[in-house]
Design a protein around this ligand. Sequence first.
Ligand code: GLN
Length: 518
Amino acid sequence: RSLNAFVGGILPSAAGAAAASDARRAAAADGGGGDRAPPPSSPVDGAVVAVKDNLVVPGAPTTASSRALRGYEPPMIATVADRLARVGAVLLAKTNMDEFGMGSHGVHGVHGACVSPWMARGQEETLRGPRCAGGSSAGAAVAVAAGVVHASVGSDTGGSVRLPAAYNGLVGYKPSYGVVSRWGLVPYCASLDTVGFITRDVADAATLLDITQGIDPLDATSVDADPRTTRLLRSLGSRPSFHMRGWRVGVPAEYDACEVSDEVRRAWSATLRACEDLGAIVCAVSLPHTRAALAAYYTIAPAEASSNLARYDGVRFGFGGSRGGLSDDGGILSDDGITSADAASDARGKGFGAEVKRRVMVGTYALGTEITSAYFERAMRVRALVADDFAEAFGTKPRRGGGGGGGGGVDRRNLLLGAVAPGGVGAAPAPVDVILTPTTPTTAPLLRDVLATSVPRSRASTAAFAADVMTVPASLAGLPAISVPVGLGADTGLPIGMQLIGAARGDVGLLTFAAALE
Ligand code: GLN
């Protein structure tokens, strides 16, 4: 059975991506005798990298798994792909995904469901069929898990890199918002979209960050590169014996929800114990708005998507419906009285899949009228509160003078899961360096169970949203987060990932800690 990870190969001779290798080839042709300096050696020279199909690369169509983009051949290259190609990475193929990034299981898209290479342990269980790959960067994860590529570039809006990485036993890293340019990424929800990486280990993720980070004049939200990554890479390269002495690891009681399976909860406890063994101090933190975060995410993301997807009007991109085309004045198009609005609705009706249509409708409703826009405004308030919770936990919130302090007393109680007080009672007042939670409440579900409930009209279909409950808060706050594999579940025998969340722009610290945990 095909894992359905790839949707097409990338022509190696394609413009743009080839720029760097041309320079290298010219240098090589000089036989070393010319006066051209040899190209600097790069850690990714010759590394094979897959690219999620919502990042544009010339030499391959970009579909974002949508019929709306059928036949679209991008003339430009996404900045992240360009920066990798320039230092010798081989961009091999585009990978399967949920349409426009909307989904958690890799089943919503024109290319069909992506399949995990992992099977659960035990005869009977194995016979019940394959597992879902997780999404939306489904093929990106499967391509690495199956050993076809060294690494994949994906996108993470609410967990799309972290979740499939966790399901497939890989590292999934979502940098701080803005650290890696979004230029060339098909937008889903621009205020949450980040480019991320799926790799075998943390060092590879750090390498990809080092190469691709930093200001891009083509992305107004891009931020400066962090020069400390170079030092981090050097220390990862020499692989010193890692310890966590002096690190404070926060455990948010609110993440210990009923959806978390026994095996995942046990793996969480075991990971916290391992951190303590390595010298870390484990303490409770309170993130009281965690529950509301999921609802806020599923209001904000569809709202922005409904606006972003307005561009698929049948004129500019591939699928023209039956009556693509716009008149100059945006009015009557044709003799038989078809307006541009008719043409656009025809294009979207035929171009979008069911899940995307649902999101557009939810988003339009949430922005639509004076009454319904209250949903969006409330969701934005929750988003600010979620960011505030994190800032409080990391001690990055500007303190008001006088009272509020809470003091710097170190909370040294052993707060390994069972002992963490629910509802934030007894939260540690001293700031933590990193927050540690599971990435997903369970290991990968059966593909057939996911498919059975994936029809957006079915009530059960919103159950898929629950898989994102652990990953969306960091997205709403724009924080860096990484999923690290911690072994196989005691019950299913499937991979479990732990999520580490860092303070704003604390990517280097986050990766340092993740490498020690690995
Ligand atoms: N599963 C989430 C959604 O459907 C997140 C997807 C993503 O990060 N692209 O929106």
